[in-house]
Design a protein around this ligand. Sequence first.
Ligand SMILES: Cc1cc2nc3c(=O)[nH]c(=O)nc-3n(C[C@H](O)[C@H](O)[C@H](O)COP(=O)(O)OP(=O)(O)OC[C@H]3O[C@@H](n4cnc5c(N)ncnc54)[C@H](O)[C@@H]3O)c2cc1C
Length: 410
Amino acid sequence: MAKAKVVVLGGGVGGTFVANKLAKHSDKVDVTVVDATGVHHYQPGLLYVPFGWEQPEKLRHDERKLLKPSAQLIKAVVERIEPDKRQLQLLNDGTINYDYLVIATGSCPIPDEIPGLSEGGHHFYTEPAAVSLREALSKFEGGRIVVGIAGFPYKCPPAPIEFTLLLDDWLRQKNLRDKTEIVFVTPLPQAFSIPTVTPLVEELFARKGIKIETFFNTESVDPQNRKVLSLEGMELDYELLILIPPHKGSPVIIASGLGDKGGWVPTDKFTLQVKGQERIFAIGDATDLPVSKSGAAAHFEAPILAQNLLHLIEGKEPIAKYDGSVMCFVEAGEGKATVLRFNYERPPQPPKPSSWWRWLKALMNRFYPVAVPKGIAPDVFLAMLQGKFAEFQPFCGSDLMKGLTQNKNS
Ligand SMILES: Cc1cc2nc3c(=O)[nH]c(=O)nc-3n(C[C@H](O)[C@H](O)[C@H](O)COP(=O)(O)OP(=O)(O)OC[C@H]3O[C@@H](n4cnc5c(N)ncnc54)[C@H](O)[C@@H]3O)c2cc1C
């Protein structure tokens, strides 16, 4: 039987992991990853860049080195997907044919969706934005910081909460906390989107004197007068504005007519096949799945997607089911973190923040480039969560722990 040509569009977390899973079956498939830059960005590390606790260049990884040797890499921007021809149209001319396609194009923050936000606000969801916020923070001398969420959807729902708690730490370290009011704004009726996690977030914010403005749908920003206005008619002055912009799918999805209004690919929530497209699967942020847009979700999706794709190639039914699993370590400030582990059926029940979870988060950040795209990390971290490595917990106070958390505490 001739080998099937599988093209993976996007070399981020989901694309890399699924390509490596498929590349293990090089007797059945030829795998090609097509990525716009060939540089793999470890986005969770952007959280620390504004505080100077992480260097942006350390978050960039050569995609070629993350892929198994049998997976090909093509550096090219794809302008359009043409399912009828089973072809990708490249921006600078040229085409790539496929037998099966995996869409792994991620999501894009779009500040221009909110008038004035690009000029008046900051965020930390891309490398240039995180570096620009680092500069703004280095000049900050006190006043009101308005921080929060400008619109939905956005990736990694806990990241703005984590940022706010770390901001509180950073301001204390710089002796600026007494001179600063932190106001967290959200369109939601509570501080966080998942009700089982909200009490913990609200307790942490209350303890640190962080104010919460709920039902705040950002309508516009007035950069000249440093004001942010909500649809509900509220107006907040700010010295520094840090708002996570609403996100959309990659332009290629919109240009190809494969997405919904937001550019999200309609995807079967169990098999990960694109609806109405038997030979196309989707993974990660690009999908319209009812789970957090997160690297963790992409990790749990990748083995299911690979299994179903291989089944299809062999003429079998794609019967493996993604159960909506996500697992995220969440910074809680003061050197502690918690963990959110959930799926379609079971909401998260976050444990009390501790330095143990923070250690695991730091460990994952450190070992991501070698472990995660290759699919080692989910198994190891799951085993840790299930208590199989409980004997490692004494390391929390060890030199290794201090080394792993040094960025945070320096
Ligand atoms: C500040 C921050 C903190 C985060 N923290 C966490 C966390 O703690 N835990 C967690 O699980 N997740 C976290 N995330 C979210 C996580 O990084 C994303 O959800 C994850 O990267 C999504 O993976 P993906 O493969 O779907 O897309 P991405 O990793 O974004 O990759 C998409 C790839 O597609 C390529 N691409 C797009 N369009 C085209 C095109 N037309 N042609 C060619 N290539 C194209 C891009 O170049 C990119 O390489 C965080 C994100 C941010 C910004």
